[in-house]
Design a protein around this ligand. Sequence first.
Ligand code: GAL
Length: 804
Amino acid sequence: MRQIEHFNFNWKYKNNFDKKYIHKEYDDIDFEIINLPHSNKMLPYNNINEKDYQFESCYRKTFTPSTYFKDKLVFLCFGAVMSYCIVYVNGIHAGEHKGGYTPFKLNITEYVKFDEENCITIYVDSNERKEIPPFGYVIDYLTYGGIYREVRIEYCSEIFIENCLIKTTNVQKDKKTLSLDVYIANPQKNRDNLLIKSTIKKEDKIVRSSTEKIKLTKKTVEKYSFNYEISDIDLWDVDNPNLYHLTIELEMNEDIIDSQAYRFGFREVEFTNEGFFLNGKKIKLRGLNRHQSFPYSGYAMPKSAQYKDAEILKKELGVNTVRLSHYPQSDHFLDRCDELGILVFDEIPGWQHIGEAGDWWQITKQHVEEMIKKDWNHPSVFIWGVRINESQDCDKLYKQTNEIARRLDSTRPTGGVRCIRGSKLLEDVYTYNDFIHNGIKGPLDKRKNVTKKTVPYLITEHNGHMFPTKKFDDTAHRVEHALRHLRVLDAMYGDTEIAGSIGWCMFDYNTHKEFGSGDKICYHGVMDMFRIPKYAASVYASQQDQIPVMTVLSSMDNGDLEGSIRGDVYIFSNCNSIRMYINNTFIKEFYPRKDLFTNIPHAPFIIDDFIGNQIKENERFSEKDAETVKKLLSKINRSGGQFGLADKMVFTKIALKYKMNKKDAEDLYSKYFAGWGSASTEYKFEGLIAGKRVITQTKSQVFKPELSIEIDSDILTEEETYDTTRVVLKLKNEYGDDIIYANDVFKLSIEGEAEIIGPKMIALIGGSRAFWIKSNGKAGEVLLRIESERFGTTTKMIQIIKSK
Ligand code: GAL
């Protein structure tokens, strides 16, 4: 049977490389002890020098395999190493890998000694080597360095299961088809008979099991295909992500020689000219692009951080789709997408540039194969991106990448992300980055303008660089950012020729000097780098129906607005109606503006009346005159106090009729529109669903800012490796509302066996900031201390548990 040893703790690391490190006897006393995933260099939050992580480094580790494994094959399996590495076992070159985003597995059997200490030395080159995609030109993101995903050792029998593709078809019928392509590795070219036993379970219940007899062939890896009919199945979809487990066992002479477990879902995906269909049902894809980077540690983050991103996408942002821009990402992230019901656009590494035919092309083709074989059993993956993001047409290369994808997996369509119109479609879906919307134009192009033909069509990016927005930009900027996302989503929902749209992007990211705002950050996210939402996030969040949400896109502080003109206030919410109160007086009940945003599931609310019936009820005007006065005051408010001649005449007429002087008029205005310098006003918004109040938000002056500390999980669980948790610091007012313009400073410290990732002295950025805590292989209790001049000292206990 196969034995797996997680191989992540207690590596030795050096930020340079010397040939002498290869030797088993080399004394690495001055190496640092680290755990994987590991970043070759911790980086600052911004103003990064991207050359800082582009260097050669060395990782070493010893291990002593028991003689119990002496008849086994030994494999060293890497999740990802950026971007080129050579592995030496006991001083001997055992293999190498080019490409920083895909897993690889080296057979090190012949170099390993049992019952003796073995030494693994890894040369890692994190430079932008131009023969390896995505390198060779500029790229809008950082690629970081190091062994940034997990590593394990596998001890396998001589004949073993190399992989298995699980395909589900006819899922809308009672009898569904389950096809297995089982890849059996047989390096010794043994010609015996074998039994392949498969068992399918849902939770603990066996759904089906079967045994197949096969004869081994001369090939080192042979594919064996089986088809089964199967009924009484719960399908996987975005609302009910039902998962099944398949165990495959290899039996030889009544001995189980290998066994592998896979998780999958019964579902079918299809693109037609009419859109995207999941299990025959049309759904609009509403998504965001995700980079896999984190502040400080770059790409190196373990399972819980990867899980959390998927949870944020589904539970906080309410999207049903994510694109892995622009490279294959962590298995953990994909696992969580399977569990939560998020559709995933998977794509090969690359950015605009196609390197020279030769190594670069070869590695690109290798990437297609590695990506598909890594991710093909994830029900969440609905398309293979087989082009370099936004590259020009290159039929010779892309015919091959499409051919590889179709040969390996006939169940999923291919796509390839373009920024060009009228490109030759070698894929199944024309996937296009539509940046036409600049606030005026657009918001989306028509399919026929882009594809020139009637073909399946998906928008893979929009917005992004067209309107970079910081969490601490002024209100108007943040609101416009949200409105741009809203306009695109509304247009997408209204256009039957568009299968969906995937916005740019989930969160801000560090980038190269050619991009970003000068501080090496692209502020393109609907969240900041710490995954803290900007207003634009609420456009997405308000489209789901799982939990009631309501975001008022204003602090109601007119001084933050040009000319102090408040104008309309947008609220993004999935409520049926919103009641507004000013200083506890009911003003009006508002409804979603379906008249303006006709297509999106939940149109925004627009607060365009701050008076309601107040003038009619409180003042001495006739009903008709009260209406005229209200209109007039609202007009003045919107124009920043400007009075046209016609308005003046109307006003004079009313003033004469009711014997009002200038002061009376000014008082009236201040009473209904808290203007510049007038007393503070409290606005309360109540969101209602089916007549019941489900959510409330109050906006008023800040008297007493409070520090809110939220920890994603106060228990860290070490499984394959260390664990992390995110701590979010925010300043909130007494109504629980985020205070945006705050930059207080905090000192962070830890007592116990854990560490803070990144700086220990931090300032809030736009009223909030987060950091991560990382365990270090030891169980116990940890005390986190957060100190500030203004808020004193707060402590939190965190528990670290080792699961095995
Ligand atoms: C696209 C590109 C993305 C990102 C985005 C910014 O052209 O594919 O990686 O740079 O622009 O809007």
